[in-house]
Unconditional design. Structure first.
Length: 269
C-alpha cells in the first residue's frame, strides 16, 4: 500500500466533471503554451497553499456537503489545477501580466481560505499557533542553511535554479519539520506509508526515547530535496520551460503537505 490514508476518488458524477474540466483546461494551456519562467513558477506557489488549505477544511468537516467531493484526496489537486489553470490561460490570452495576476489571485484565495479557517478555529476554541510558528521558523532556518551551502558547493546549481530551488528546499523542509512536530510533539499520525517507514525506522533506534523519531524524516527529506535540486539544474539550464515546471512540481510536493500540516495543527492541535 503506497497511497496515503484517506485517498479515495469522489463519486462518479464529480469525478467525470473534474476530469472533463482538467482535460479542457490542460488542453487550453497546452495549445496556448504560455511562457514559463522562474517568476511564473513562484507565482503559482500560492495556489499550492489554496489547495492544501481547502483540504484541511475537508478534513475538519467545515466544507458544505455539496462541495466536499471536490476537496478530498486526490480531488482537491484537480480542483485547484482547474481554477489556477483557468486563471493562467485567461490571463495569458488577455495579454495581462501573467505572473502578477496568478500571484495576486492565489494570494487572495489563500488569505480567504486560511482566514476563514483561523477565524472559525478561534470561535470553537481550537486555535493553537505556537507549534506551527515553531515549525515555520525551524524550516526556514534549515532551508536557508541548505541553500547557503548549495551556493557555496554548487554555485552553478544555485544560479540556475534560483528562487524555485529555494522554494523546493523550503517546501520539503516545511513538510519534514511539520511532520516531526506533529508526530513527536502533538501526537498526530503520518498518513503516507513511505514516510511511516522512515519514522518506524527511527522508532527502532535507541535515540527514539530521547529525541523522538521525526529527526530522521527531516534528514532524509532534506537530503532528497537537495539531490533533486542539484539534478534538476541541468534540465532547467537546457529547457527552462520544462525544467521550471518540473522543479515547481517537486516544490509543491513538499510545500502542499507542509502547509496542510501547519493549518491543521493550528485549528485542530
Amino acid at each position: 500500500m503506497v497511497l496515503p490514508e484517506g485517498f479515495a476518488l469522489p463519486a462518479l458524477p464529480y469525478l467525470l466533471a473534474l476530469l472533463a474540466a482538467v482535460a479542457v483546461v490542460g488542453a487550453a494551456l497546452y495549445r496556448a503554451k504560455p511562457p514559463v519562467s522562474e517568476r511564473t513558477a513562484l507565482a503559482l506557489a500560492p495556489w499550492v497553499l489554496v489547495g492544501s488549505s481547502l483540504h484541511v477544511l475537508y478534513v475538519v468537516d467545515w466544507v458544505p456537503t455539496a462541495l466536499r467531493p471536490l476537496f478530498g484526496t486526490p480531488a482537491v489537486y484537480l480542483t485547484t489545477f482547474v481554477v489556477a489553470g483557468a486563471v493562467w490561460f485567461a490571463t495569458s490570452r488577455a495579454g495581462a501580466n501573467v505572473e502578477r495576476t496568478l500571484a495576486a489571485t492565489g494570494l487572495g484565495a489563500t488569505i480567504a481560505v486560511v482566514g476563514y479557517a483561523l477565524v472559525r478555529g478561534a470561535e470553537v476554541g481550537e486555535l493553537q499557533l505556537f507549534w506551527p510558528s515553531v515549525a515555520v521558523a525551524v524550516a526556514s532556518v534549515l532551508a536557508l542553511a541548505l541553500w547557503l551551502a548549495t551556493r557555496r558547493v554548487y554555485p552553478g546549481v544555485a544560479a540556475t535554479t534560483g528562487a524555485v530551488g529555494v522554494l523546493a528546499l523550503f517546501g520539503h523542509a516545511l513538510d519534514a519539520v511539520s511532520t516531526a512536530v506533529g508526530v513527536d510533539v502533538l501526537g498526530f499520525g503520518e498518513r503516507t506509508p513511505v514516510s511511516r517507514l522512515v519514522l518506524d525506522a527511527a522508532g527502532s533506534l535507541p535515540t527514539a526515547e530521547i529525541i523522538g523519531v521525526g529527526w530522521l524524516f527531516v534528514l532524509v527529506k532534506l537530503v532528497i530535496a537537495e539531490l533533486v535540486v542539484v539534478l534538476f539544474a541541468d534540465l532547467v539550464r537546457e529547457d527552462p520551460r520544462e525544467g521550471f515546471i518540473l522543479l515547481f512540481a517537486v516544490a509543491a510536493i513538499g510545500l502542499g503537505p507542509g502547509a496542510h500540516n501547519l493549518l491543521l495543527f493550528a485549528i485542530a492541535g
